[in-house]
Design a protein around this ligand. Sequence first.
Ligand SMILES: [Zn+2]
Length: 301
Amino acid sequence: MPLESLALSRGTVDRLTDKRTDPAWLDAAWADPDTRVLVVSYGRAVVRLGEDEAALVFVPPAGAPAGTRFLLGQDADGVVYFGVSAALPDPLPPGARVLSLREVGTLLSDRDAGLLTHAVALANWHDTHTHCPVDGTATVVDPGGHSTRCPADGTEHFPRTDPAVIMLVTDPDDRCLLARNAAWPGRRVSILAGFVDPGESAEQAVIREVAEETQIKVTNVRYVGSQPWPLPRSLMLGFRADAPAGQAIVVDAEEIAEAYWFSRDELLAAIEARHIALPPPVSIARHIIEQWYGGPLPDPQ
Ligand SMILES: [Zn+2]
């Protein structure tokens, strides 16, 4: 069963990739007062927060601050969206707040979740890739905002996404392996994760990372779904894997403080006793754990 309803994988806007290289179309779209601009700054945007939902606050092009501009796409009603990486308005519009993608990702509509995820990913890239990696010359952003060019050597540069694997490992009793990262606060535990190494497949990364972190050897690696995680530039590739019987957990103490097998009953009891806390619903980890568990798990305060 594939994962569904991943908070940051819900975008509905047509990205219009062919328009990114069409300056006349881009100029006309920017001149249209119905066009909407999402201003993002260091992963955050202006939102209106309701009881159980939130909506992005857009500005018309004429009201957008100067900054790095990029095309986000067009919705089913024909409205075109741009992002601008720039300082957020100060003061804020009445009733509005500034929140991060991590904070607001699950509360936004499908359209807005996709727009903010896209905008944060591109803004993070622009903020950290301002010069040519070949000769160090300051690059020029292309009209659509999805690539840059070096004026000295003509090389073209594209946004970076770093693939990472995240995997739920089960033993022959269908218990799941949860670990506490040494860098995490308090009671937080999660499934194992790590970056894909250069020249490595995602499946190889799953096997290597589980072995490095716990010395457990896994088999039957299978893909379950993915979620962009532009914090700052990852794509999380979700997997399940099996741990054959007779293996002892030996944690890599540098990265993992502790790791244990949990049956479904043990997991629920540990959460309710506040011995452990799961990752938040915005994460793919939470969805993979709940898919194994067979339903939602509580977050007792
Ligand atoms: Zn260059």
